[in-house]
Design a protein around this ligand. Sequence first.
Ligand SMILES: [Fe+2]
Ligand SMILES: [Fe+2]
Length: 302
Amino acid sequence: MRSDSTDSLLGKGESGLPAVEIEKMLERIREIPPMPESIVHLMEISNSNKYFTREFSAIIESDPSLTASILKVANSAYAAQNREITSVKEAVTILGKNMVVSTAIRSFSGKFFDRKLAGYGGGGQSLWKHSFATAIAASEVAGCGKAIDTETSFTAGILHDVGKVLISEHMSGHEEVLSRKLDESTVNDYLALERSILGTDHCEVGALLAENWKLPEALVESIRCHHHPSLAERPGRDIVSAVHLGDILAMEIGVSTGSDCMCYRMDRTVIDILQISENDMEKLRDRVKSKYQRRLAMYSWG
Ligand SMILES: [Fe+2]
Ligand SMILES: [Fe+2]
């Protein structure tokens, strides 16, 4: 049975891609393996403060491949200490919630995130690096002004642009049309460009994939609305706003997925929603940059 989102995507075929192409895209979404329950569970409980080491460890230990990935990254982070980490509990303590969740997502979908984004002019790993930087930035933003759930903001940041993988190939070959439309100012942001060519955009397609993965609603909503947080449903608007500003900060420190950063419009409502000042922005930029560089080095194992 089709979801409402599927129907809305199919409806877009009238103005953009032919319906047959939209159907192919939907088929690809259905073919993507489901997110393992262990990882979805980690995402669901990442914002609980109580006993997270014990709960996280129990989930990780029930999944041998996840255990191997977590130990690998913990050992990479701890390499200078000249001591091997062999216990999941210790690895979780060393890495902390956010690094555990990002490692789990990467261990499941590394190849997916590492694909070259031809339609955006982004090289291999550009999506992973941008997503990781956005996650760190969204979490920092969430902890800066208004008190917002930093862990969910981080996870939402990792996943926000996942739809680009699915539409990138459809955007490829349209570069000339894109630059003409930009020069003529017939569209004013990259999302509008995607819609003018495909009849849909990476937010809508990404949200559909997240629904298929049965991710928590807060994550689906933030993927769907991360370019326009004011359109998000009120309960999740804070997190979507943190991701939106995190996305901008990631681009400002030079970590983008390619050409889309040339015309990304900031939704100014987030400044009031998040209670962030210009002064905060300066500090956030520096903090995000150094944290991103430090943490990315932990993934040197690929
Ligand atoms: Fe985006
Ligand atoms: Fe982004």
